[in-house]
Design a protein around this ligand. Structure first.
Ligand SMILES: Nc1nc2c(ncn2[C@@H]2O[C@H](COP(=O)(O)OP(=O)(O)O)[C@@H](O)[C@H]2O)c(=O)[nH]1
Ligand SMILES: [Mg+2]
Length: 268
């Protein structure tokens, strides 16, 4: 019996060259998370995750001690930079550490970390570069979201969907995942140091083009430690979000170009 050709080819019997599995890293922008960090950590799917980086933004509690005890990679800010400033350090550190997929998870136990495998799956499959864990695919009011937050979220989401040409169910979640390609394409360092950072990032992704966005449903959890943002800060956040939308529309219409909506020069 003649052997199949491939059997006769010595190269064909060699094992495939080993490729490293993609590295999934979690980043946690932390501020006063000592009471919720252990619970958040316990729900992380550790077999999937290469590294967990926590950036502490000068917490007034024991966040740093708890994080070190859990064995996380801890980076300490010496000045309070705010939620967006914190995330800049998070993404710089994850890219530096060689992450292929970066999950941003609030350490306040508000988002269900057991959903992370489903969140990152489309990125690992090369089908998405940004994935959002949406509370609005379920019933956020039943999960305890205050009605005024629910309504303002719905309003801002409708405005953003219209401007960005997307059909997402929410933009204001604290559970997100990004591909390395996304984080090296968009200039996130130019964004605000405040909460509106998250909205600026989505506008940058849309402006860049070619970075697909997806979402999965996550449960809504509200309890005292999970939410420090009150009415006044939410109003500032809402207005800042509308400003992001206006900036995006002006940029797209070429009426006023915005450097932060322009792609980064590709890394050599
Ligand atoms: N770096 C930094 N993070 C903050 C600050 N205030 C809140 N955060 C973090 O931002 C995230 C969202 O804040 P949170 O109060 O939970 O907002 P809400 O859940 O949307 O009401 C949480 O992970 C907080 O730890 C701050 O002043 N600086
Ligand atoms: Mg929260």
């Amino acid at each position: 019996m003649p052997q199949p050709v491939s059997r006769l080819d010595p190269a064909a019997s060699q094992p495939e060259p080993a490729t490293d599995p993609p590295r999934v890293m979690i980043v946690m922008p932390a501020y006063n998370a000592a009471r919720t960090l252990e619970r958040t950590y316990a729900d992380i799917p550790h077999d999937l995750v290469d590294r967990i980086i926590l950036v502490d933004d000068v917490s007034q509690d024991d966040t740093v001690e708890v994080a070190r005890k859990l064995g996380l990679d801890v980076i300490v800010h010496h000045q309070n930079l705010g939620y967006g400033g914190n995330q800049k350090t998070c993404y710089d550190a994850a890219l530096e550490a060689g992450a292929d997929v970066v999950v941003m998870l609030h350490p306040d136990y508000q988002y269900d970390a057991t959903r992370i495998p489903a969140l990152v799956a489309p990125i690992l499959a090369g089908e998405a570069d940004l994935m959002l864990g949406s509370r609005f695919l379920g019933d956020p009011l039943a999960g305890g979201m205050p009605r005024w937050k629910y309504l303002s979220n719905r309003f801002l989401t409708a405005v953003e969907n219209r401007a960005f040409g997307l059909r997402l169910s929410e933009y204001h979640t604290g559970l997100r995942a990004y591909s390395r390609k996304l984080l090296t394409t968009i200039p996130y360092r130019l964004n605000s140091d405040d909460f509106v950072f998250d909205q600026e990032l989505v506008a940058q992704v849309v402006a860049a083009g070619g970075l697909p966005i997806g979402e999965i449903g996550v449960p809504t959890r509200y309890f005292a430690e999970a939410s420090s943002v009150g009415f006044r800060r939410s109003v500032v956040y809402g207005l800042s979000t509308l400003r992001v939308v206006v900036r995006f529309l002006l940029h797209r219409a070429r009426l006023r170009r915005s450097p932060r909506l322009t792609k980064r020069r590709p890394a050599p």
